[in-house]
Design a protein around this ligand. Structure first.
Ligand code: RIB
Length: 316
């Protein structure tokens, strides 16, 4: 499968409580780790058992060189790991005592991952996007590149999965319509649907319905400890995560979810089974600090999967 997206250096600080606007919070030690939604998702898909090409741009700085070495040593293909002049993307992350986070990203090289950089201008096509039965993307890179990757997927019959994060506002209708499966969290879903955020499960279902009307094939809304709400043309259901998992850090949990979902769809699973697999993977990922440290392997995901619950929602 193909993942196209960002690669960042994550700089994080733990605090007791996330600071309010204008407030300064004194925190613990500064940690520097590998992150970026694209890289997190690519590695999650790889550990979930998929063969993965990761199309990304890192800088020609020492961080970029070290990151490319790491991605290769993890088993990602060399093809797709592009280098551009300038700094690698950086994310500033604050994590509170309950494992919740606030993130600000400086895109750096990610902003230069354009169709032109991928050799797609002037009707040339070097085939970089032609790989695998599923294509997964997020929105920390230019939207034109996500559209190009999804169009290429459609031409060869691959399934397209969009994690619309971050969601700065309403998305291009073209992008939503190219997504077979859209995977927002509660905040992103409300922003994309143009509605007020809701905490209630009935409210979340209404938001999913609004997203489906905008042209997405199916919606899989991630809702933290409550699990995920699958809303497609044929069925609606909550998938509840296994209980008893101690939360150290939720950073990247949505990425592990998306990567595992796409890996499962790429190997031909039904959406229902893929969501159960993804819920188990996302739940396991919060046990360690850092976006990539807690990414689980296929075997443990399959064990945890048995403890997920499928709760159909009555369609009214
Ligand atoms: O989803 C978590 C990720 O968001 C972090 O790794 C950070 O780099 C930002 O992209």
């Amino acid at each position: 499968m193909l993942v196209i997206g960002s690669a960042n250096v994550d700089i994080s600080v733990s605090v007791d409580r996330l600071p309010a606007p204008g407030e300064t919070a004194l925190g613990g030690e500064r940690l520097e780790r590998w992150g970026g939604k694209g890289a997190n998702q690519a590695l999650a898909a790889l550990r979930a058992g998929a063969r993965v090409r990761f199309v990304s741009a890192t800088g020609d700085d020492p961080a970029g060189a070290a990151y490319r070495r790491r991605l290769l040593s993890e088993g990602l293909q060399r093809r797709g790991l592009l280098t551009v002049p300038g700094p690698t993307g950086t994310a500033l992350i604050i994590v509170d005592g309950a494992g919740r986070n606030q993130i600000a990203v400086s895109p750096g090289a990610n902003a230069r991952l354009t169709p032109r950089l991928m050799g797609l201008d002037k009707a040339k096509n070097n085939g970089i996007l032609e790989f695998g039965d599923a294509v997964l993307a997020q929105l920390e890179i230019p939207a034109a590149s996500v559209i190009a990757a999804f169009r290429s997927a459609k031409r060869r019959g691959a399934v397209t999965i969009l994690n619309p994060a971050p969601a700065p506002g309403p998305l291009s209708p073209k992008l939503i319509q190219l997504a077979d499966v859209i995977v927002p969290n509660e905040i992103e879903a409300a922003v994309l649907a143009g509605r007020a955020a809701s905490r209630s499960e009935a409210g979340l279902l209404r938001i999913c319905r609004a997203l489906l009307k905008k042209g997405a094939g199916s919606v899989v809304l991630t809702a933290g400890a409550r699990g995920a709400l699958l809303h497609g043309k044929g069925e609606s259901a909550w998938v509840r995560p296994p209980g008893g998992i101690r939360v150290a850090d939720t950073t990247g949990a949505g990425d592990v979810f998306s990567g595992a979902l796409a890996a499962s769809l790429a190997e031909g699973a039904t959406l229902k089974n893929a969501v159960r697999f993804a819920v188990a993977a996302g739940a396991l990922s919060v046990r360690k600090k850092g976006a990539q440290e807690g990414i689980p392997g296929r075997k443990v995901i399959r064990e945890a999967l048995k403890k997920t619950l499928w709760e159909p929602v009555m369609r009214g």
